[in-house]
Design a protein around this ligand. Sequence first.
Ligand code: GLA
Ligand code: ZN
Length: 667
Amino acid sequence: MEKKFFDHIIHGGDYNPDQWINTPEIWDEDMRLMKLAHVNSATVAIFAWSLIEPEEGVYNFEWLDTMMDKLHANGISVILATPSGARPPWLAQKYPEVLRVEESGIRNEFGVRHNHCLTSPVYREKVRNINRILAERYKSHPALKMWHISNEYCGECHCELCQQAFRDWCKEYYHNSLDELNEKWWNGFWAHRMTDWSQINSPKFRGESHVSAMKLCWNRFVSESHISFYENEIAPLREITPDIPITTNFMKLYDGIDYQKFAKKLDLVSWDNYPAWDKGRNTDEALETAFVHDAFRSMKDGQPFFMMESTPSLVNWHDVNKLPKPGMQELSSIQAVAHGADSVQYFQWRKSRGGHEKYHGAVVDHCGHENTRVFRDVARLGKNLEKLDDVVGKYTDAKVAVIYDWENGWAVKHFCGFNNVNRSYSDECMKWYKPFLKKGIAVDVIPMDADFTKYDLVIAPFLYMLKDGTIERIEEYVKNGGHFAATYLSGLVDTDDRCYLGGFPAGRLKDVFGIWHEDTDSLPEGMKNKATFNGKEYDVVHVCDIIHSNGAKVLGEYKQDFYAGMPAVTENAFGNGKAYYAAFRNDDNFAADFCDMLIKAANVSPDAPINADNGVLIRKRGNCIFVMNFADEEKAVVLDKEYTDLISGNAVSGKVTLPVCGYMVIE
Ligand code: GLA
Ligand code: ZN
């Protein structure tokens, strides 16, 4: 499949000419440098509100008009931002309700950014207004190619307006019935039964912090508030510029917003990618970054996404900001493209002279010229990206999916019990993703309500909460021949965070998996059990379910403690398919061997028949195969036949050695 927003890979990024308003000669120099760097797109005006509207109702667009024209004249397209990510001081001063109230109940003063109330009618109105004016002004400008809405939506507000909105949300969610809310929140416990909607407040440390179902509702409410804030923002844009695609930049696996839901409202998903390279774990960092790319790619059924930001060198917000080695940024960018990005964009084009981010990497450094390592690297990459038109718009067809579900992530975070320390949901999901990527098998990363039927194999790590309908969908999938694997603590609570009665995993899943989960043991850090599987022994850490087989074939057993000899790994034939259960938290060794078995059982094969060494990742997109060396030493790959390397233009075959950070895109 294919979906193209542009004909070429977009190369560019955040450009803030508003910071250089008093030195317009720099603007002209920027145009020269952008062309030298093979930049074809600039994301403009993200934080420019105080320049665009210096006083309420007074607008200043001269500079932006000039900039749009200049960029266009130089063949650079514009991704135009709406300015709601940071408001001007006058706005906060005149309308304090736009400022966010923290959990403490104290209203923030003006400062930093991303700190608006999500509910404030005044702020929503002001944002709609400025967006309408922007859209009217630039609707016919030939440079305008995409809208960048706000910036990295995040956080939550606890003001009175938001409290009331939360109460209204609960009222609607629970069908106007406090009885239902009391039942779902299990308010009979600790004398919490409510008698009036006004008794609901946002979760906070000094108030209600122990009702997990309520915290889950708050997550849903906050997430939906961001989405409705966004919908308010885009209303005038959709009306005035219906043909201009809309995106907003997401932040990795940020859990304050259900990105899987939000993505449905975007034309194109984009995200800001800042891996911590060169800290001694590049291969793992690459695998984890790949997981995130695939999560974003999967949000719109495999449609290409944008890498809206990345750093061309270092960041300024790690504890210690190590310079990535030469070539690392290029390899990192190529990885994004391999996984479905149709853009490589930077924060930011030119380093700020002052302010908080003046030491954050940028394409043009304070020296102001092109004779830097970073600039040369960016320019070389820009030139190479021009050779990759063949992949633009191309989807990847995955036969394997790992479920990583935002709402389940919330539920996992909130419950109190078992192992309260070691239970990172994202780590667990990544662990089950990595073995496939290492073998060159593409994986979709999907929510639990996605369509399973297109996959040969679905893995559900730590599927603790089940949204409505999930049991039936798993059952149907396996019955019809699917392979489905789950891990420990799966199927414990329903969508309202109440435990299933009648034994775990929930309801009919006991038949699908052929097991009954009676108990759960938790192991403090450093304490281990052992489990067998396929004649080998593996470490058992953190959490282990004590399960009984109700017909499932036992593939492995615990070795120690009072549950020694009880099943630890099971396989159950159900209908035409099979369901597997790995009952304990384990490590990469077990995940690799268990996934090997699943790959064979589900008959999944690598996307490209290329043998590679550890540290080399292979990914197919369209007809192109990306071969990327993330190891700290040179690595060899063996090609099955002759290919053309799109970057060098040369024919390649047989054994090829990739230097550190080396890559090929072969067709
Ligand atoms: C985020 C923001 C940018 C910038 C970068 C710095 O991604 O969107 O404005 O602050 O971080 O890494
Ligand atoms: Zn608020």
